[in-house]
Design a protein around this ligand. Structure first.
Ligand code: NAD
Length: 311
């Protein structure tokens, strides 16, 4: 495989670059380093199978030029994170819509296999038991999405689907549910790295709201191989697939777990959502994936338990 990884200097993208290079593939990473870091891929730069181009997916000519050299495209570049999106909704929308359009258009022209990273956010405010890919409410009402990020990702999925059906673009959509692992840093919703850092430095662990909201965390080390398998699985073409973990935990329970595993005596401090994110922010009570489609398509079975992910 000769793969273009957009967002290749980011958290998931850099682990994907590692995995591809280790498994004998050639990789070009395209990243504007807005939230990604050169340090995430510095260990790869001497490898002849790897190269990094600093640039934007909004540069259609550059994207076309890079895709022309590749047979596979993993599209992960996006404006991400609660703060980025709340502070700059239109700029985020432009990156996530126009940037994706550039990448899909180039992939379709090249007839490259295409994977786009989407999100559990496309399910909107939906607390059901195990969110399933067949839920009709997806994109039913983009204007009711929690924020521009979710609306843009939902529209990206639609564009990918249209290219798949009308231009025969071999395409798979992965919907990530709270993926965690090394190199995940920054200001946005990354609760595990934040709790661990607070516990290790003896600061209070800051839980937004009551901490009753429940999440399933997935390991980047489970998800990355699944992305590669899905891209090459003939049955996954033109399919949206949930990827994440299985173990559900409340945010307060997570804080307790982090305290126990780190042996920290930090206190747990509850902070109102408004203080953390500003007025109008609402969190979802529950977000849990149904992983049966991924299991059916590629035998996906996340191996890392929550304690492994935290440590
Ligand atoms: P990340 O911020 O580490 O990665 C995004 C990368 O895209 C960064 O390296 C950033 O510099 C790059 N980027 C942003 N705008 C760009 C542009 N215009 N041109 C080129 N590069 C640009 O975040 P991540 O968690 O690794 O997310 C990767 C993908 O997975 C994103 O598409 C995100 O929406 C999706 N996702 C992640 C999660 C998660 O739990 N981490 C959940 C749902 C969806």
């Amino acid at each position: 495989m000769k793969a273009l990884v957009t967002g290749g200097a980011g958290f998931i993208g850099s682990h994907l670059c590692d995995y591809l290079v280790t498994h004998g593939h050639s990789v070009v990473a395209l990243d504007d380093l807005s939230t990604g870091h050169v340090s995430n891929i510095a260990h790869l730069t001497d490898d002849p199978a790897f190269s990094m181009v600093q640039g934007s997916i909004l540069d259609a000519d550059l994207v076309r030029e890079l895709v022309a050299e590749c047979d596979s495209v993993f599209h992960l570049a996006a404006a991400v994170g609660v703060h980025t999106i709340v502070d700059q909704p239109l700029r985020s929308l432009r990156t996530n819509l126009h940037g994706t359009e550039n990448v899909i258009e180039a992939a379709a022209a090249q007839r490259a296999r295409f994977l786009i990273a989407s999100t559990s956010e496309v399910y909107g405010k939906n607390d059901s038991d195990g969110l399933t890919e067949n839920d009709d409410r997806i994109l039913g009402s983009p204007l009711k999405s929690r924020w521009s990020y979710a609306a843009a990702k939902g529209l990206d999925e639609l564009v990918a689907h249209i290219y798949a059906t009308e231009s025969g673009l071999p395409c798979v959509i992965t919907r990530f549910f709270n993926i965690v692992g090394p190199r995940q840093t920054g200001r946005y919703g990354m609760v595990i790295p934040r709790f661990v850092q607070q516990a290790l430095s003896g600061e209070p662990i800051t839980v937004y709201g009551e901490g009753t909201q429940r999440r399933c965390f997935g390991s980047v080390f489970d998800v990355v191989p699944a992305m590669v398998q899905l891209l090459t699985a003939p049955t996954a073409t033109s399919t949206a697939v949930n990827l994440g973990g299985r173990e559900e935990v409340s945010i307060k329970g997570l804080a307790d777990r982090v305290l126990e595993l780190t042996g920290s005596s930090s206190e747990i401090r509850h902070i109102p959502y408004q203080e953390a994110y500003g007025d109008g922010y609402e969190d979802m009570q529950r977000r849990m994936p149904d992983l049966s489609l991924a299991s059916e398509l590629i035998g996906y079975a996340p191996r890392r338990a929550l304690d492994d992910i935290i440590t």
